[in-house]
Design a protein around this ligand. Structure first.
Ligand code: HEC
Length: 105
């Protein structure tokens, strides 16, 4: 009897949890952004960028398709960043970072 009540509950929890928790990719992407980008860009859903002229990451997808950002990252973003050391990311890092960016949309 109890099982008939608990089983659906357990199933519901199992399907809900992955959506709520960040995947490992997203987690790595967030860590990367925190370490490399967060001193200029806002990397969350609410705050202003520490450096005013740097667009908050949550707005990037409105300016560019996320895929073009991937390309820019692979080639090394230079143009948009007058005051920034050039970044060249490897494909794994790009994948992680974009997974994280998508969570901000
Ligand atoms: C030292 C400060 C600084 C850091 C660190 C920094 N950025 Fe930026 N970023 C800027 C500024 C300033 C702009 C806006 C430049 C402009 O609009 O001309 C910008 C713009 C961008 C843009 C938009 C480019 C465009 O052409 O509009 C992207 C994408 C971006 N940054 C990604 C990143 C990523 C990814 C990181 C971390 C790996 C990072 N930035 C770290 C300062 C920084």
């Amino acid at each position: 009897m109890i099982a008939r009540i608990l089983m659906p509950l357990a199933l519901a929890l199992m399907t809900l949890t992955p959506a709520a928790a960040a995947s490992p990719d997203q987690q790595r992407g967030k860590t990367f952004a925190l370490n490399n980008c967060a001193r200029c860009h806002s990397i969350d859903k609410v705050t202003q960028s520490p450096l005013k002229i740097a667009p908050p990451f949550r707005t990037l997808h409105k300016r560019y398709p996320i895929e073009t950002i991937a390309e820019a990252l692979a080639e090394g973003i230079v143009t948009g960043h007058p005051s920034m050391p050039q970044f060249q990311l490897d494909p794994d890092q790009i994948h992680d970072l974009l997974s994280y960016l998508k969570t901000l949309e």
